[in-house]
Design a protein around this ligand. Structure first.
Ligand code: GLU
Length: 318
């Protein structure tokens, strides 16, 4: 029987390991043999900006607890906690630990590191669970979050409404199918139902795929997994990071194919606070350089991804 770590590893490899017996009750997904990746309208296709380029840090970081007067960092310091918008069902990135009741993962640690830079204490956070389709509006809502840390791809269309930090993780969209399926990509899922979260970039990629799968929206990927296990959908397609967490929860599922898209993750921040985006980027710079990013990677993805990867290199637009 595969361990959780091994299951996750399978999901993050280019060719998934189908090491478990099939689920005969699940409808088979038929289709042609391995096909090339189907290009979708993901980030790579949108060339109207460089979605990876964020605001350049300005000068040295202020000391924790001494945020500059008038800045959004100071408003957070005075409030006493950083408000993070995220999911609660994205295993490895932000999911509730059933033993502690706390939401934890790579994304939550990104937020904790910002809190540490503001307060000198990473625990000074408040997590607000939001839907994927709320991520853009959450930073400018009536009761806004300070950052969204939620496997969120920096795209040119989202940059019109929010700022993104520099990129802290490079993901790519893949497909999860039944372990008995022959499908290797969206190309093999013509006419089949493929689930993605409402408001996700993956939904758009499925809906625009040349092979014409049927894009099915659910409020989140936890709901997609339930739909998959009830045979309501034939497949799920989303970032390899998210699929790794889903595959770890279902021994009758496997992740297949090459990445269909590039999904560079950034922290979303209101564009009303450009000084806060610069501050966050300075924190990310520091944590790339001092090994914090690597430790965070090893903590959450070390058993499953490539060994000792380098953090994404920051790019700036001004
Ligand atoms: N990274 C994606 C996004 O920001 C979330 C996952 C997905 O698209 O499936 O929309």
């Amino acid at each position: 029987m595969r361990t959780r770590a091994a299951a996750v590893a399978a999901a993050l490899t280019l060719l998934a390991v189908a090491g478990c017996s099939g689920d005969s009750s699940r409808r088979p997904v038929s289709g042609p043999s391995a096909g090339a990746a189907t290009a979708g309208p993901g980030t790579a296709a949108d060339t109207s900006c460089d979605p990876r380029a964020s605001r350049r840090p300005s000068g040295a970081l202020p000391k924790p607890g001494a945020m500059p007067a008038g800045s959004h960092m100071r408003a957070i310091q005075d409030r006493g906690r950083l408000i993070i918008g995220t999911s609660q069902d994205t295993l490895l990135f932000s999911s509730r630990n059933p033993f502690t009741g706390k939401i934890e993962g790579f994304d939550v640690d990104m937020g904790r590191q910002i809190a540490e830079a503001i307060f000198g204490n990473p625990d000074k956070i408040q997590i607000r669970v939001i839907g994927y389709d709320e991520r853009v509006e959450a930073v400018d809502a009536e009761n806004p979050v300070d950052i969204v840390a939620d496997t969120m791809t920096a795209t040119c269309s989202r940059w019109k409404d929010v700022d993104f930090s520099s990129i802290y993780y490079e993901a790519g969209q893949k497909v999860l199918v039944s372990s008995t399926s022959d499908a290797r990509s969206l190309d093999d899922l013509a006419g089949r139902s493929v689930c993605a979260a409402e408001g996700s970039t993956s939904f758009d990629t499925i809906a625009a795929a040349r092979s014409k799968p049927i894009a099915v929206a659910r409020p989140g990927f936890g709901a997609c997994l339930v739909a998959f296990q009830r045979n309501e959908v034939d497949a799920i397609s989303t970032d390899d990071t998210i699929l790794a967490g889903l595959a770890a929860q279902d021994p009758y599922a496997k992740v297949v194919g090459l990445p269909l898209t590039q999904e560079p993750y950034g922290l979303a921040i209101s564009n009303k606070h450009p000084e806060f985006t610069r501050f966050v980027n300075a924190v990310l710079e520091k944590n790339r350089a001092n090994g914090t990013w690597k430790r965070t990677y090893e903590r959450w993805l070390g058993d499953v991804g490539p060994a000792a990867p380098r953090p994404p290199v920051a790019r700036y637009r001004d």
